[in-house]
Design a protein around this ligand. Structure first.
Ligand SMILES: C[S@@+](CC[C@H](N)C(=O)[O-])C[C@H]1O[C@@H](n2cnc3c(N)ncnc32)[C@H](O)[C@@H]1O
Length: 215
């Protein structure tokens, strides 16, 4: 891991300002000046907070900025696990999110330390564009999702303005990958996921997909 953006994730000061300062600004940037990413993000948080007995895995959870929403509605044996490989981010996550249903774990998204089909909801938000081999991470997400379970991804997309050589070069310089419109969808299609929905908000994309139930 060597890009400037990826290195920043290990910085303690950055982990402290990430959730309340950096993430809102960055989210706004994804809408290219509009509010579509923030609007979608609000809707996503409400969706994650719905009641239910779910096992939730949040890959590259950062300082746990979705942990409270994703654990609030959990019932029964429901639990939220946040995984990240930055010690600084995990320390911040553990400070900010104390709940018996919430656990944080250090690990590498490329090799998830979980049995296959062990989670009902698997998210990877604002991270695939930083990760060395993002398509391998998608494969891991599919592997650990239970039949009938869901995957939720928020990442970058090469929208027309970002397709300009300057924008692509700027993203490349700080180490952010811009995905084509079909790259994530194609990988999920290869796993025969169902109900795949992509919502593009400027240079951001949200993808929601389900793993088919066993017949
Ligand atoms: C921009 S933060 C996103 C945090 C949060 N998910 C959000 O939506 O705001 C990206 C996170 O990805 C983590 N990360 C990057 N590569 C990783 C990997 N291979 N395995 C686990 N975490 C990784 C970084 O440590 C960082 O905390």
């Amino acid at each position: 891991m060597s890009s400037p953006a990826a290195r920043l994730m290990h910085n303690r000061a950055f982990s402290q300002i990430y959730e309340h300062l950096w993430r809102p600004l960055f989210t706004r940037g994804f809408s290219l000046g509009g509010s579509s990413t923030l609007d979608y993000d609000r809707a996503l948080r409400a969706y994650l907070a719905r009641p239910g007995d779910r096992r939730v895995l949040d890959i590259a959870c950062g300082p746990g900025n979705y942990a409270q929403d994703a654990s609030r509605g959990l019932t029964g044996d429901g639990a939220y696990v946040g995984l990240d490989f930055s010690r600084a981010m995990l320390a911040q996550a553990a400070r900010d999110n104390v709940s018996e249903r919430v656990t944080f774990l250090r690990g590498d998204a490329h090799r998830l330390p979980f049995a296959s089909e062990s989670f009902d909801t698997v998210t990877c938000l604002a991270a695939l564009y930083l990760i060395d081999d993002p398509l391998a991470v998608l494969d891991e997400m599919v592997r650990v999702t239970a039949p009938g379970g869901e995957l939720i991804v928020f990442t970058s997309v090469r929208a027309s303005i970002a397709g300009l050589p300057g924008a692509a070069a700027a993203a490349g310089l700080v180490g952010l990958r811009l995905f084509s419109r079909t790259e994530i969808l194609d990988r999920l299609a290869a796993h025969e996921l169902v109900q795949v929905e992509q919502t593009i908000t400027g240079v951001g994309q949200y993808v929601h997909a389900r793993k088919a139930r066993r017949r």
